[in-house]
Design a protein around this ligand. Sequence first.
Ligand SMILES: Cc1cc2nc3c(=O)[nH]c(=O)nc-3n(C[C@H](O)[C@H](O)[C@H](O)COP(=O)(O)OP(=O)(O)OC[C@H]3O[C@@H](n4cnc5c(N)ncnc54)[C@H](O)[C@@H]3O)c2cc1C
Length: 449
Amino acid sequence: MDPGNGGRRNQASSDLRAWLALLRPNSKHLTKGHALAGTVTWELRSSQSADLGSRHGEIVTTGFSDEEQMLLDLVDRFVEEQLMPLEAGVIARVSTGEPMSLLPDDEDRLMALCKELGLFGLDAPEEVGGAALSAPVMMAIHERVNRTLVPFRFPPDSPNLHMLMVAGNADQKRRYMEPYAKGEMRSNIAISEPQAGADPGAMRTRAVRDGDEWVINGRKIWISGAADADFIILMVITDPDLGARGGITAFIVEKDTPGYIIERAIPMLGGTRTYELVFEDMRLPDSQVLGQVGDGYGPMQHRLTSRRLEIGGTCIAFAERALKMMCEHVQDRIVFGEPLASKQAIQWWIADSEIAIHATRLMVDDAVAKVQRGEDIRNEASMIKVFATEMAGDVIDKAMQSFGAMGMTQELPLFLMSQRIRMSRIYEGPTEAHRMVVARRTLAKHPSK
Ligand SMILES: Cc1cc2nc3c(=O)[nH]c(=O)nc-3n(C[C@H](O)[C@H](O)[C@H](O)COP(=O)(O)OP(=O)(O)OC[C@H]3O[C@@H](n4cnc5c(N)ncnc54)[C@H](O)[C@@H]3O)c2cc1C
C-alpha cells in the first residue's frame, strides 16, 4: 500500500471519529438504535458536497429530524473521505480484467469503521440491534453511497433483511437475521435457473419431503455474491402442480451444507461475477424452511420490490454524476472555436438529462412515501425499474458521447457506470417483463365496456 495514501486515509478516519464524538451525545440511534419517525415533506436544497456529483441539488425531506440529518452528513463524509479515495483503484483493477472488488485490507478497515460509527443494521428492527430507520432516510443513504463505484455497502444488504423480517421465525431471526443485520454474516438469494429467469414460476429445483427432512435437487444460475455468502435464501418448487400459486418455498441454506456446490463463477459486465450453483441430494431439516411451505413467492416478491426501489436510487446517483461530468466538460472543451456547451444539441442533452433525473426522483420519492405509509408499491417499483434504468443509461451515454474518445476509455468512471446500469435492465426482472405487468395492471384498471 502507498504509505502516502494510507497516511491520508488514517487522517480522514480520525477526523471522522472526532466529528462523530461531537455527534454522539445527541444521536442515540447511532449507539443503541431507535426508530426515527418524521413527517415527510420534500424540498430542494443545494448539495453541500459538490465533489460527490450532485450539481443541482438533491431532494431532502424537511421532515428529517436533526439526528437523521446528522446521520446523513456522517454518510456524506464516509463516502467522500473513506470510499471516494478507493475508487480509482477499483476502476484500474476492472480495466485490467480483474473483478470489481476492494482490496481485503481496505474492506476490513471500512467494515471496522462502520461498526465503530454505528453504520450497520440501519433499517433492521431494534429487536436485532438495528436502528429501524425510515424508508426516506434509507433511500437518502442508499443514494449517497451510490455516488461512488466502490463496491461497499453498509451492512446488511436490505432486500434479504426484509425477507427475513417478514418470513423468519424467532429462531431464524436469532440465528441468521441478527448476525446478518450486524454485518457478521453475508447472504444472497438464488431464484434464477437456466430455463427460468424472467418467469421464476418456471423454476424446477425441487424439494421433496423425506421423513423429517427435505431433499433438494436442481441448479441455479446468475447468483450474485454466492462465493462470499454465509447463507443463501434458496427458492425451490415444493408442489409442481401449484407452481407460483402456492408451490414455491424458500429455504435458508448454510454455505457448508453437504450437496450445495458452487459450480462456477461467471464473469459479467463491469467486473462483476455471478455464480452457477448445483444442489445434489442436499438434505435440510424443517427448521430451514423460511416462512410457510408453499408460501415463498410473496416474501420473495416483497424482497424484489425492495431492491427495485433501491435500483431507482442508484440510477439517480449515477445519472447525476454523469450529468455533472458532462456539464463541466462541455463548458471547458472548445470545438469549432467555441465551447461545446454553446451548441444547441449539447444543451438539449443537458436539459433532457436534468428533466429525466427530476422525473425519476419524483417517482422514487413518491414510492418511498408510499412505503412509509405501508402501501403496496409493486406497480410503482416496476415502473421505476423500467424508467430509472433507461433514464440512467441514456444520461450516461450522452455524457460518454460528450467526452468523445475520452468517453470511450476505461479511465473515466463512465464506462463502469454504463456497464452496471446496462446490467440493471436485466436483473430483478428484465425491462420487458416489468412493462408486461404494468400493462396488465393498467388494462385491468380500465376494463372494456
Ligand atoms: C448481474 C446480474 C446479477 C444477477 N443476480 C441474481 C441473483 O443474485 N439471484 C438470482 O436469482 N438471479 C440473479 N440474476 C438473474 C436475473 O434475475 C435474470 O437474468 C433475469 O430475471 C432474466 O432472466 P433470464 O436471464 O433467464 O432471461 P430470460 O427470462 O430468458 O429473458 C430473456 C429476454 O427476454 C425478454 N423477455 C422476458 N420476458 C418478456 C416478456 N414478458 N415480454 C417480452 N420480452 C420478454 C427480455 O428482453 C429478456 O431480457 C442476475 C442477473 C444479472 C445480469
